[in-house]
Ligand binder design. Structure first.
Ligand code: ATP
Length: 266
């Protein structure tokens, strides 16, 4: 079996006296869909924030193995909050958010172009304008944006304001924006939140297709167990900041520790 795309090793995250994650270890296999589940407040989003460079973990290491050599995500995080996240994006990790974070006053297509400006090492915004290289890079960015709008069935919305799209389309736009940065790993934080059953079913198909057709590995936080069971190859369960179960969907859902955590039995 090939090395995992992501290896989270003994990560602890403290906020003052609050321990949001304690000694968390798990890995994400290349080309697979891994679901991260657990009750409210279990520490799921916090571990995402460590993986995607919003926080530097208090302890432990997070290794991205997408370039053949391991890359320590912590070492990419030079400043807290957004300072490190662009570097993590450039290393090949993209994410979406539990509460949609689009540039709502910009058009749909502009959202995708801005994401590429932030993710590209040869930052287009700081490039020398009117050079051929700049124009080529810009044309490629537009092509890539339209490609992902097509994949997410959003082409007709290209010039609409992002904030005026119906909610389900905003969710798809967030995925398109993440995919525009050509990630190796995408981290989806509750992508089905607020979607109706039909939109959730479509989302399952979209996630599976992304994984199969685009050499992508997926880490997804989700409360909708129907979606999790439809798409996940592997499930990691957090409770009170710690991993309490890790394995196939079948083994995890039959694990007495998981049943107890969800039913509130100790
Ligand atoms: P949910 O399913 O409700 O989104 P979660 O599993 O994603 O929850 P987190 O949001 O990671 O859980 O929160 C884990 C714990 O860490 C909670 O007790 C939360 O209050 C705490 N926490 C998270 N972020 C901070 C912060 N910036 N400062 C202090 N405490 C925090």
């Amino acid at each position: 079996m090939s090395a995992p795309i992501l290896d989270v090793q003994n990560v602890t995250m403290r906020f003052g006296g609050i321990v949001a994650n304690r000694n968390v270890s798990f890995s994400v296999e290349r080309g697979a869909i891994t679901a991260l589940i657990g009750p409210n407040g279990a520490g799921k989003t916090t571990i995402f924030d460590c993986i995607t460079g919003f926080y530097r973990a208090s302890e432990g290491r997070i290794l991205l193995n997408g370039r053949g050599t391991s890359e320590d995500i912590g070492a990419l995080i030079t400043r807290p909050i957004t300072g490190g996240s662009h570097l993590v994006t450039r290393a090949g990790i993209a994410r979406t958010f539990q509460n949609i974070r689009l540039f709502k006053e910009m058009s749909v297509i502009e959202n995708l172009l801005v994401a590429q400006h932030l993710a590209t090492r040869n930052n287009l915004l700081s490039g020398v304008f009117r050079t051929r290289a700049y124009r080529n890079a810009e044309a490629e960015a537009v092509d890539r944006a339209y490609y992902w709008l097509g994949q997410m069935s959003l082409v007709e919305d290209a010039n609409h304001l992002a904030g005026e799209l119906p909610y389900g389309r905003q969710r798809r736009l967030e995925i398109a924006r993440a995919m525009c940065t050509s990630p190796k790993l995408i981290c989806l934080d509750e992508p089905a939140a607020g979607l109706n059953p039909s939109e959730t079913k479509d989302l399952s198909d979209v996630i599976r297709r992304l994984c199969a057709d685009h050499d992508l590995s997926v880490l997804v936080i989700e409360h909708d167990m129907g979606l999790v069971m439809r798409i996940a190859n592997h499930i990691v369960v957090l409770d009170h900041g710690e991993v309490i179960s890790d394995g196939t969907p079948e083994s995890v859902t039959n694990d007495p520790a998981v049943i107890a955590a969800y039913l509130g039995v100790s």
